[in-house]
Design a protein around this ligand. Structure first.
Ligand code: HSE
Length: 320
């Protein structure tokens, strides 16, 4: 087995909830994403020696999600050596694009590689969920699972974790608009009502089940009819400037559906062609043009692959 002493891993941004799948459904984007470098050290413990691409994140391994994830993996394996980690953020925090999840997933992936792959992908998801617990107080998997596995991933249950990777219809494209205000997931979760009326619940699980069928059959009409959220979107969309206008613009430009990406403020729209997805991007930009709000937009397919190795150095080779 090759012993990797240094690795660099990439994990992509993700769209969680996908309208009707609150906390149980998400999909990966091609870009943006985060990179984590992991280097084996002789001294025990974890050191985060650099954070690039963003300011204001703590380099304390007990505070930064990459340190939390890596420490739990080292502790569970009872290894004696330590790790030096570096984080390169490709997206801001509080964007609704699974920023903390991408860092956590990249950390879990990189550390697993440097340790000789002792963990399964499903186990990496549970480690990355510890980063989510640290970041938002809730260990949800709907961002970390697609960030690690790629594609669409359904979380059938949390106890125990039961992940269902789903197919990706070939012509499906996602457009993202990120109005650059910070919206903390913890805040966006704290405003949610704890009880859901039966009538709305019935509609939600009808839509979620139909969305699964639509994805598996590549039935774009069914996907479009299923992308609704009458429970959380009304409560959260008030926190997102021009949400209603952006959604209307996406739908009139031909998007199959549109909703809040994760806990916002990013908004996503799914389309059945790249051309439509580009038109939706233009429509989003028009909506925000005179608002004075800085924007980032992305058009992406849903990649089948999630976290991956970007670079490695193999300093020692031994027989398995
Ligand atoms: N399912 C989570 C939420 C995703 O909506 O709060 C955000 O990370």
């Amino acid at each position: 087995m090759n012993k990797k002493e240094f690795v660099k891993a990439f994990a992509p941004a993700t769209v969680a909830n996908v309208c009707c799948g609150f906390d149980v459904l998400g999909f990966a984007l091609e870009q943006p994403g985060d990179e984590v470098w992991a280097l084996k050290t002789h001294e025990p413990g974890i050191v985060i020696s650099a954070i690039e691409g963003i300011t204001g994140l703590s380099a304390d391994p007990e505070e930064n999600v990459i340190g939390v994830v890596a420490q739990k993996m080292l502790t569970d394996l009872q290894v004696e050596h330590g790790l030096e980690l570096q984080l390169h953020k490709g997206m801001p925090v509080g964007s609704g694009l699974g920023s903390s999840a991408a860092s956590s997933a990249a950390a879990a992936f990189a550390v697993n590689e440097v340790l000789g792959q002792p963990f399964t992908t499903a186990e990496l998801v549970t480690y990355a969920m510890e980063g989510e617990r640290k970041a938002s107080g809730s260990a949800h998997a709907d961002n970390v699972a697609p960030s690690l596995l790629g594609g669409f991933v359904l979380v059938r249950d949390y106890e125990p974790l039961d992940l269902v990777p789903l197919g990706v219809p070939a012509a499906l494209y996602c457009t993202i608009v990120y109005p650059q205000i910070e919206l903390k997931t913890s805040l966006a979760r704290s405003i949610l009502k704890k009880e859901i009326p039966l009538k709305k619940s019935i509609r939600q699980w009808g839509n979620l089940a139909a969305l699964m069928a639509g994805l598996l059959r590549a039935d774009y009409g069914l996907i479009g009819r299923s992308l609704h959220d009458e429970i959380f979107e009304p409560e959260r969309s008030v926190l997102i400037p021009l949400f209603k206008q952006a959604k209307e613009a996406a739908l009139s430009s031909g998007a199959l559906g549109c909703g809040i990406s994760g806990s916002g403020p990013s908004i996503f729209a799914l389309s059945a062609s790249e051309e439509t997805a580009e038109q939706v991007k233009v429509a989003f930009e028009k909506v925000y043009a005179e608002s004075g709000i800085a924007l980032k937009t992305y058009v992406s397919q849903v990649p089948e692959q999630g976290a991956r190795l970007v670079e490695q150095s193999i300093l020692q080779t031994a027989q398995a």
